[in-house]
Design a protein around this ligand. Structure first.
Ligand SMILES: [Ca+2]
Ligand SMILES: [Ca+2]
Ligand SMILES: [Ca+2]
Ligand SMILES: [Ca+2]
Length: 247
């Protein structure tokens, strides 16, 4: 039996050699990944460059962001790029998978930190409020300080029927914010209305009629900061969108 087996293997090897097919490749390619930059504090593009080597040659290199395929490159130098915006805040594992012609795969990865700042900061007082107009939503984040509050100002006519919403996961599935919002009268002190979760899920919504013509202020923060005078809630993933509409 042994003799028969080795003869068989010899015959098979001979047949493969005569067909011009070499030994079966089971060695995975080696890969490296370089990402530039490794951290983003403003919206921008990240460039990924990979090297991949294999005795048999490389058939393709795939680029992934948190496990999602973003690009495939079949020619060296292997590269890809991706634009990141506010809603991408958080940690991203960028990785490459390099394949040879026998489907062996070698991989490499690195970490990208996206912490894009709230462009409306500092908006921590009535005097520094960001302008908000009907029909034009504004995006922000409760981050950058232990107890961030974001102030927005808008004008309303007497009796004007309006709706103010502060959405978190509805507009950014990765948002960690449980929003809380308060509307101040034109004196900048008297609270007209406040809301925690009248919107979808934990999101805030206030429907109101402006009692008088003037400039009102909306103050956005997290429920934690509102509820606990010592709570700290500083996360780049505390993203939200504030919007004012007529109803
Ligand atoms: Ca190989
Ligand atoms: Ca903020
Ligand atoms: Ca602020
Ligand atoms: Ca809430």
């Amino acid at each position: 039996m042994k003799r028969f087996g080795s003869l068989s293997l010899l015959a098979l090897t001979g047949a493969l050699m005569s067909c011009g097919i070499g030994p079966i490749d089971t060695t995975a390619p080696t890969a490296t990944l370089t990402i530039t930059p490794k951290a983003l504090v403003a919206a921008g593009t990240v460039n990924m460059t990979a090297t991949a080597t294999d005795a048999e040659g490389i058939s393709k290199v795939e680029f992934y962001d948190n496990g999602t395929l973003i690009a495939t490159d079949t020619t060296s130098p292997y590269s890809a790029s991706k634009a990141y915006a506010f809603a991408d805040n958080g940690t991203h594992t960028l990785s490459v998978k390099a394949y040879d012609y026998s489907a062996n795969m070698g991989q490499a990865s690195d970490t990208l930190t996206v912490a894009i700042a709230d462009v409306n900061e500092p908006n921590d007082s009535v005097a520094a409020a960001t302008a908000l107009s009907v029909g034009t939503p504004v995006k922000g984040v409760i981050a950058g300080q232990d107890r961030d509050k974001d102030y927005y100002k808008f004008t309303a006519a007497a009796g004007e029927a309006l709706k103010l919403t502060v959405q978190s996961v509805s507009v950014d599935a990765k948002s960690t914010l449980d929003p809380y919002v308060m509307i101040l009268m034109p004196d900048g002190r008297t609270v007209l209305e406040k809301d925690d979760d009248s919107g979808a899920g934990l999101e805030s919504e206030i429907r109101f009629n402006a009692p008088a013509a003037g400039t009102y202020t909306a103050v956005v923060t997290s429920f934690d900061i509102h509820d606990d005078a010592t709570a700290k809630n500083d996360r780049v993933t505390n993203t939200y969108q504030i919007a004012l509409t007529r109803r």
